[in-house]
Design a protein around this ligand. Structure first.
Ligand SMILES: [Zn+2]
Length: 256
């Protein structure tokens, strides 16, 4: 056996191990046997002093309502209650995650990007401790009124989310809506809005009572992310208190 063969064998072993761990991690978390572990890694998205101050003032209590929300909502579906999720706030990460490929991305581009993201996670989080933990990289921006932030994302593979959020105290409650949405993606939940960002009936509606939706809805289904006020108009909820986890989402995250 030559050195080249050995290298290929080692590479295959590493890839197999990685695939095995990814699978195990996903399965383990989906059982809800122990409290869901979530770690928030803040990132200064503008490289500005303003955002740095905001991040320095963050405490774990700024994210507590995410845990409360998941805990409360589970009561609607689970026969045996789950333990409340544990959310922790890590030290800021100083580098940005690799930007996702422009859509539509080829399978190769998507695969390459996902490998780069895994490498980024591996470099910026404690390896053993992070197994079975959902790792959310929250990139904070000062932002401009009316200018949308880049798309956030949550991946089941590797339990990783990349969230773009506003660095303003008045936005904390809405940031938590976005963070909870991406967190649920990492647990297997799918989006429930259409190309116009309008919630899809019935799975994307909070209040479902019959064949036709009624308007205005008073709350948002978290994976639709918006409250439908009419068939063509929907708004962001102000906080997680105006959100629910709908039946389909509950099913997708194994609450059955
Ligand atoms: Zn989504």
């Amino acid at each position: 056996m030559t050195f080249k063969h050995l290298r290929i064998i080692i590479l295959l072993l590493v890839l197999t191990l990685l695939a095995g761990m990814t699978f195990w991690e996903r399965w383990f978390v989906a059982q809800w046997m122990r409290p869901l572990q979530v770690v928030v890694y803040p990132i200064n998205g503008d490289d500005s002093e303003y955002v740095q101050h905001y991040i320095a003032a963050l405490t774990v209590s700024d994210f507590n309502e995410i845990g409360t929300f998941i805990d409360q909502q589970s009561g609607r579906y689970r026969l045996s209650p789950i333990a409340a999720p544990v959310i922790r706030l890590a030290q800021p990460v100083l580098t940005m995650p690799p930007p996702p490929p422009a859509s539509p991305a080829s399978a190769l581009d998507a695969g390459w990007w996902s490998l780069k993201l895994r490498l980024y996670v591996w470099r910026n989080t404690p390896f053993w401790q992070s197994l079975g933990q959902v790792k959310l990289f929250v990139i904070y921006h000062q932002g401009e009124a009316g200018v949308a932030l880049a798309h956030s994302l949550g991946l089941q593979k590797g339990l990783v989310g990349v969230v773009h959020a506003f660095a303003h105290d008045t936005q904390n409650a809405q940031n938590n809506v976005v963070i909870a949405h991406e967190l649920l993606h990492t647990l297997g939940a799918t989006d429930k809005y259409d190309a116009q960002l309008q919630p899809v009936y019935p799975d994307g509606y909070a209040e479902v009572d019959g064949a036709e939706p009624h308007y205005p809805q008073r709350a948002a289904e978290i994976m639709a992310g918006r409250i439908a006020l009419s068939p063509s108009r929907a708004v962001m909820p102000a906080s997680l208190q105006a959100c629910v986890i709908g039946g389909k989402t509950g099913y997708e995250i194994q609450w059955h």
